[in-house]
Design a protein around this ligand. Sequence first.
Ligand SMILES: Cc1ncc(COP(=O)(O)O)c(C=O)c1O
Length: 430
Amino acid sequence: MTGDTGKNSLAPDWYAGGIEHVWLPYAQMKTVSPPLPVVRTQGSRIQLADGRELIDGIASWWTACHGYNQSHIRQAVERQLRDMPHVMFGGLAHEPAITLARRLASLLPGDLTRVFFSDSGSVAVEVAMKMAVQTWINRGLRGRRQFVAFKGGYHGDTTGAMAVSDTEDGMHALFAGLLPQHYIVDLPDSEEHAAALDNFLGTHADGIAGIIVEPLVQGAGGMKFHEPAVLKRLRAAADKYDLLLIFDEIFTGFGRTGTIFACEAAGVTPDIVTLSRALTGGTLGLAATVATRKVFETFWSDDPAKALMHGPSYMANALACAAANASLDLFEREPRLQQVAAISSALLRDLEPCRNLRGVKDVRVKGAIGVVEMERIGDLNRLRARFVEEGVFVRPFGNVIYLTPAFTIDDTDLTRLTRAVAKLVGEGIG
Ligand SMILES: Cc1ncc(COP(=O)(O)O)c(C=O)c1O
């Protein structure tokens, strides 16, 4: 690891004694800058061990949508911890999970009413893919095992999820031989691409179980946006060729794009939806794969072989479900979508001027997501360190600088974030 944080005399003992034993995410361990030791988080602030406080621009990969250490969520988790932190979900049930399933079913559009819990987004995607393939097997069609997914898409880091991802930096390319082959095609974001998709499905639909897409925003693949019309076209194509439509709302779900779920913007209901990230308000790992009644009914049988064979150890963890219920309370009680709209206007106003700066390829905003796409970013480590020097935590990747703040961030902190972005882009970072 480069940089001096590991050797820093201000680094706490736990850090110096243990950092050599951890393997960090998405990092070349030899050259990565050491992670910053954090001792406390509150609202949109991250407090470092050396006393510095950073304004958080990305809300821990956009999980902490209500800000950190939110008191209502914390109290719900504390109450649940006293009674029962966890109990296995096989053969046993508990109130936080059953209540959460009911609430998700009523919040989601259409008859997305059957909730399968898991513990991370990637696993929720694996479950969705298994559900889709088995739906056809249970209907007597064994040949439908492949998926159509999209260029620039990202659905997670487990094997099945990697196989339907197409990240620009090719972070999954090394595993090409290991991964099942699916079809990664252009999003139908133009008449030409829509015709190409139709053509493709016309010849291949017999072998395809479903179509998987991140609705409205392709996140980790480059923070690219598309119009709701794309989702309408996908629904029409799935109906025409009798395919299951899976929306991966792991990034977009719970307000990020301006509606509670991105699919609402298109008035389209998928057959299966995956949720995670902001589900617990950034408190604990939890994910859900939610199916329509029609999908669920293909598993409903006297035949044990038609059951969905999946069940993670920490499925429907009671603490995580309590946190998720508390997070949903906050969406009900507090003006989250108005806050998203206000953040959206501020991001647009304050980031748009970056468009005129040297090296900027595009500036775009959707809901509480602000993106400044560069032609290139020369030294990511250096840029990330410069943000810290400016008192903010922002983690550009690839050629993209993005902000996904907590919905509760105040105007002053949001302005400090956008100013830091504009300042560093203005300094020239190519
Ligand atoms: C759209 C989408 N799907 C799936 C995942 C994977 O989720 P997890 O990191 O919880 O496994 C992510 C994570 O960024 C995501 O953005």
